[in-house]
Design a protein around this ligand. Structure first.
Ligand code: PGA
Length: 255
């Protein structure tokens, strides 16, 4: 197991928060605080904030991501945004299959896979989210479910394309609840994801894939979480809306 083979990535997921003007202000506040980061720093923002975010982040080490992408290149898909549109807007990353999208917007393992293929084929790095509900955990299905979601999301992706894949293990019960997985639970969940990748693509490839933890990661618990061998950074919701909190997490992943 070699953590050095992988990039630690700290990615903010702003969800449905911030106007374009607020985006500019928050990124300007964050820039000096994360300038010395020894990990990748990404902010995934609402579609309408992308232009402001790309402009504000120019010349800094912050890269911009989106929070979703459609799987078709163009056409009659009212309200959707294509991967090429994101690339043309300066976006480098995109969150796919977040549990809120699975829960509230009918996202399935199949559409997560199609969106992932579209994103990677367009040159984006996909941050694919997987995670079990509390009920699934209590029934003992965590490993089965994480492996299934991971393999489904990566269906038809080549080994080469895995270079543009990040998986975020986000236990649904830990998202926005203030209940964080213990560092051991995070490491175990991330380990199942890595095993699933190894089962399909081989151990050597699996060792190179960045696997984040997400779910109530904050300045207090970040150190312990990102120190775990299978945890290569984090996907941060609430704490990414506060410059100082986000910067502390970036520092933790830079050690
Ligand atoms: P949280 O969200 O950090 O607010 O729990 C994480 C996420 O949903 O990506």
């Amino acid at each position: 197991m070699n953590k050095d083979l992988r990039n630690a990535v700290i990615a903010g997921n702003w969800k449905m928060n911030k106007t374009p003007a607020e985006t500019t202000a928050l990124i300007n506040e964050m820039k000096p605080l994360v300038a010395d980061a020894d990990c990748k720093v990404v902010l995934c923002v609402p579609f309408v904030d992308i232009a402001a975010a790309v402009e504000a982040a120019k010349g800094s080490n912050i890269e911009i991501g989106a929070e979703n992408v459609h799987f078709k290149a163009s056409g009659a898909y009212t309200g959707e945004i294509s991967a090429d549109m994101l690339v043309a807007s300066g976006v480098k990353y995109v969150v796919i299959g977040h549990s809120e999208r699975r829960q509230y917007f009918g996202e399935t393992d199949q559409t997560v896979n199609l969106r992932t293929l579209a994103a990677v084929n367009a040159g984006l790095t996909a941050i694919v989210c997987v995670g079990e509900t509390l009920e699934q955990r209590e029934l003992g299905y965590t490993e089965t479910l994480l492996k299934y979601q991971t393999k489904m999301a990566l269906t038809n992706l080549t080994k080469e394309q895995l270079k543009n894949i990040i998986i975020a293990y986000e236990p649904v019960w830990a998202i926005g609840t203030g209940v964080t997985a213990t560092a051991e639970q995070a490491d175990e969940g991330n380990g199942y994801v890595r095993e699933a990748i190894a089962e399909v693509y081989g151990k050597d490839v699996a060792e190179t894939v960045t696997i984040q933890y997400g779910g109530s990661m904050n300045p207090k618990n970040a150190d312990e979480l990102v120190a775990k061998v299978n945890v290569d950074g984090g996907l941060i919701g609430g704490a990414s809306l506060k410059a100082e909190d986000f910067a502390v997490i970036v520092k933790a992943a830079s050690k």
